[in-house]
Design a protein around this ligand. Structure first.
Ligand code: URA
Length: 163
């Protein structure tokens, strides 16, 4: 099982998709090639794993690296919702479209979803600010999108600096 990494008291909670082979072996999210890119991206805005909390929409590696099914996402969702309630981060960052779709009920692809402000609704009626950023695995395949990814990072930094 691969549940979470980072600081539970952090202001930022990053929510990815699902563990890959490296994460499956180490039991920690984002430790493979896309995790290394994510760490470098976070470092650009002064963040590291002592300043963020990282988890995924599902906690087990889908066989053969397929996308998580709706049933797998639904099975893990109560744990994810409870983590958000307990941690109450100042900002939720959905890493890629699967996470944003699962928790915000959206249907578009990441290119449409990023660059906008969202509110994540909690069961008690309160809400938390949320953003969507490109998944680092996507950026490894589409490096030209790093230009827009930099804007996503600046948006995160701005939200945190705004207090
Ligand atoms: N991709 C994800 O979405 N999560 C991980 O933990 C690793 C790769």
């Amino acid at each position: 099982m691969c549940f979470a990494d980072g600081n539970p008291a952090a202001e930022v909670m990053l929510i990815g998709e699902a563990p890959g082979a490296h994460e499956d072996r180490q039991g920690k999210p984002f430790v493979g090639p896309s995790g290394k890119l994510l760490d470098r991206m976070l470092a650009c805005i002064g963040l590291d794993r002592s300043k963020v909390y990282i988890t995924n929409v599902i906690y087990w590696r889908p066989p053969g690296n397929r996308s998580p099914t709706a049933a797998e996402i639904a099975a893990c969702q109560p744990f994810l919702e409870r983590q958000i309630e307990l941690l109450r981060p100042r900002l939720i960052v959905f890493v890629g479209s699967i996470a944003a779709r699962a928790l915000l009920g959206l249907t578009e692809g990441v290119t449409k979803l990023r660059g906008r402000d969202y509110r994540y609704q909690l069961a008690d009626g309160s809400s938390l600010p949320a953003l969507v950023m490109f998944h680092p695995a996507y950026l490894l395949r589409q490096p030209a999108q790093k230009r827009l990814a930099w804007r996503d990072l600046l948006a995160i930094r701005r939200k945190l600096d705004a207090g």
